[in-house]
Design a protein around this ligand. Structure first.
Ligand code: NAD
Length: 235
């Protein structure tokens, strides 16, 4: 089983949250909570304004060698599930089977109506924002439209979270790529896996709180490290 965080996508040009130059060095995370988004139109307008800055980067990103390595491991029958904290859809674009990718923080590629549950392609709604709609509303029911990502203060999706823990408990090997392992409950998944008997491998640029539990720690860039790892395992 594979768990990925923002660090697997930095080589695709998407900044992570916590490294220097990361997203939260530019914006205040305290402001962009689910509660603010729902409660107040001015907050929604600021959110969509921020999206004009951030979304084009996400939309233009291509999968990198690490995403391709994960897809290759699946083709070789070595991957049961890819649990990702990322919202960028790059695992699926690299060839990981959509049914094996579990997006525990949702996806930025869809938008949901918080009233009628309608799901719309992000590109369509983003085009409306670009054309001047400051806080777009559902055209069917007038409800609030929100990207299908899990915001600060928003409940985790129940099905995806339960599935992630089930996979962690069944994993033989639990491979973490590019996560600081400080955001819960994702950060608890490697602990649960090790408690259930899995070997833990961590690929990350810097130390994580789970390093002491890991059988193997590979300190390096996700792209080159994962390419070397796939080459070393063989077919
Ligand atoms: P994080 O920002 O907390 O940590 C990223 C980790 O990756 C850091 O420890 C960093 O040292 C490491 N890293 C950075 N570049 C790397 C590289 N090239 N190779 C290997 N390691 C690298 O991210 P997180 O743990 O995913 O948790 C924070 C939240 O960020 C998640 O909720 C996630 O949804 C969100 N996020 C997602 C995206 C995305 O979808 N691409 C981008 C930014 C943030």
């Amino acid at each position: 089983m594979v768990l990925t965080g923002a660090g697997i996508s930095t080589e695709s040009g998407i900044p992570d949250f916590r490294s220097p130059g990361g997203i939260w060095t530019k914006y205040d995370p305290e402001e962009f909570t689910y509660q603010n988004f729902v409660a107040n139109r001015a907050h929604r307008e600021r959110y969509w304004k921020m999206s004009l800055d951030i979304h084009p980067v996400l939309a233009a990103a291509e999968p990198n060698a690490a995403h391709h390595a994960v897809a290759e491991l699946e083709r070789r029958g070595r991957v049961c599930a890819v649990i990702t904290q990322n919202i960028d859809g790059l695992h699926q674009r690299a060839g990981s089977s959509p049914e094996r990718v579990i997006e525990i923080h949702g996806t930025a590629l869809s938008v949901l109506c918080l009233s009628c549950g309608d799901r719309l392609p992000r590109e369509d709604v983003q085009a409306r924002v670009q054309a001047g709609e400051a806080a777009p509303e559902c055209r069917s029911c007038g409800g609030i439209l929100k990207p299908a990502t899990v915001s600060f203060g928003q409940a985790m999706p129940e099905r995806e979270t339960a599935l992630a823990f089930e996979h962690a408990e069944r994993a033989e090997v639990f491979l973490v790529i590019g996560s600081s392992l400080v955001v819960h409950p994702a950060a608890y998944l490697p602990v649960r896996a090790v408690e259930s008997g899995a070997k833990l491998i961590i690929v990350n640029l810097e130390p994580t709180p789970c390093d002491r539990l890991a059988t193997v720690r590979l300190r390096g860039k996700a792209g080159e490290t994962m390419s070397a790892l796939v080459a070393a395992i063989g077919p």
